[in-house]
Design a protein around this ligand. Structure first.
Ligand code: ADP
Length: 465
């Protein structure tokens, strides 16, 4: 059973269920039909006896006008004559009617099973059933109450086998029809299930192809529909989309990282080769070592940032969450960074009191430091930086605004990409990972980061948590 395909299993299950239903139907049809037939037989018996009841007259004496009637029979009875009209029918549809004396002597009519019914007491207007040689007979009696007469009975007898022919016809029809219905339903059901399960087959084939060829661009095409299987295919396609995007990002990140690391690496090796090639003066050695030191610091920052990205993508394990007093965090970072006073830039901050947030202290400080560092880096001489923390519509807003060089409209989307540095960036100082790190930290905390900027007027970065 376990080895059977789902298609066969479903077909088998409902075939068995259908077989049980059909069997019950068959038994019910036979039993109901039998009951109806038996009732019809009994009704027929009563009707025949009642019809014959009126066909008797009693005459104390007979004259010629009576005996001339050729549609009657005359029986001598006691001191008179019993007239039986010709409309008296001995046998109608298997019902035999006969006239008896109360001592069970047959006076008129027919009864082929008189031996079996002999001795059964007469009961007026009541149906009795007797069994004889394995056959059940129904008996219906009526007492004749003719003027001057006593002790005469009309008895009707019919065998229950009277309905056998109809029953066997019903049985035969049921035996042909019901298995035919069962067969048609099973075959139809099999094809229906096969058709219904086709999408699952398609889903598994596509998933297999994706697995074998590593082709995450492939999608499950089920056509139009909104049933559970279409929804399942939709979920798979969404997952493939996400996987594809994430692999793509990873691939790009690795290729960008190796490309970006190559520059400081070649600068370092060029400086080393130059220093080893021929003897140099003390100042020349010092200059070369400074270049090497700056480039290796840049590489080390890049490698650390890349590691942080990977950690954040892997989950929050490395960065445990805690309740943070954001007012205190922003104030202390700003106080420290205000001391930089690079290019004589002044840093002012305003932090609404009592703002708490569940997050990672280290990452949130890093986010703010990155934004303020950029504001210094891309700020003008004697410029200004404003940091503001407040609550708006149940959300925490943290903004860093400067009056520096600003960012062109076309670049505002790109600056959050890893390793992206715009033309006006002071590329020697940064590595193009600061803003993408800030964006990643905001997303890690379930938030987002936006920018509004105008060339030569300044930029404002807002983190919404
Ligand atoms: P970088 O290491 O180059 O600063 P970032 O990811 O921090 O890398 O920034 C990406 C680019 O965004 C920068 O090269 C710069 O052109 C632009 N940028 C970032 N912050 C500012 C700012 N406050 N003012 C103007 N330009 C900015």
């Amino acid at each position: 059973m376990r080895k059977l395909s789902l298609r066969y299993k479903i077909t088998l299950w409902f075939s068995v269920a259908l077989l049980i239903v059909v069997s019950f139907t068959y038994i019910s049809i036979l039993s109901v039909s039998n009951q109806i037939l038996q009732k019809t037989i009994r009704d027929n018996l009563i009707e025949t006896v009642e019809n014959n009841y009126d066909e008797f007259r009693y005459h104390t004496s007979l004259d010629s006008t009576d005996t001339d009637r050729d549609n009657s029979h005359f029986l001598e009875f006691e001191s008179g004559y019993l007239e039986v009209n010709d409309d008296f029918l001995n046998e109608v549809n298997g019902v035999y009617t006969a006239l008896y004396s109360s001592e069970s002597n047959l006076l008129y009519g027919e009864n082929p099973v008189s031996r079996a019914t002999y001795g059964t007491p007469f009961k007026d207007s009541q149906i009795q059933s007797i069994d004889s040689e394995g056959v059940t007979y129904y008996i219906f009696d009526r007492r004749l109450t003719l003027k001057g007469l006593n002790g005469l009975w009309i008895r009707g007898v019919v065998s229950e086998k009277q309905g056998d022919m109809q029953m066997s016809t019903i049985t035969r029809i049921s035996l042909i029809l019901l298995p035919a219905i069962l067969l048609i339903s099973c075959i139809g059901g099999y094809f229906l299930v096969k058709r219904m399960l086709r999408p699952i087959q398609k889903i598994s084939e596509t998933a297999k192809q994706i697995g074998q060829k590593n082709d995450l661009k492939k999608r499950i095409e089920l056509g139009y529909g909104n049933d559970e299987l279409h929804q399942l295919a939709g979920t798979f396609n969404d997952t493939f989309d996400k996987l594809d995007k994430s692999f793509e990002t990873q691939r790009r990140f690795i290729s960008d990282a190796s490309h970006e690391l190559r520059t400081p690496m070649s600068v370092i090796s060029a400086q080393c080769e130059l220093a080893l090639e021929k003897p140099m003066s003390e100042e020349e050695y010092e200059r070369a070592l400074k270049v090497i030191s700056r480039q290796s610091q840049k590489m080390s920052k890049m490698i650390n940032d890349m590691l942080d990205f990977t950690r954040m993508e892997a989950g929050s394990e490395k960065y445990p969450m805690e309740t943070i007093d954001m007012t205190e965090l922003v104030s202390s970072v700003c106080q420290d960074m205000a001391l930089i006073r690079e290019k004589n830039i002044k840093l002012d901050f305003e932090a609404e009191k009592g703002i708490v947030f569940t997050g990672n202290r280290l990452l949130l400080s890093r986010l703010l430091i990155n934004l303020i560092s950029n504001a210094y880096r891309y700020g003008n001489q004697n410029g200004h930086i404003w940091v503001c923390l407040n609550r708006e519509a149940q959300k925490i807003h943290l903004s860093v605004k400067d009056d520096g060089i600003g960012i062109a409209k076309g670049e505002q989307d790109k600056i959050f990409q890893r390793f992206y540095q715009s033309d006006n960036s002071h590329s020697g100082e940064g590595v193009g990972l600061g803003l993408s790190m800030a964006g990643e930290i905001a997303r890690f905390h379930g938030g987002e980061i936006t920018v509004s900027s105008e060339i030569n007027k300044g930029s404002k970065f807002t983190v919404i948590l």
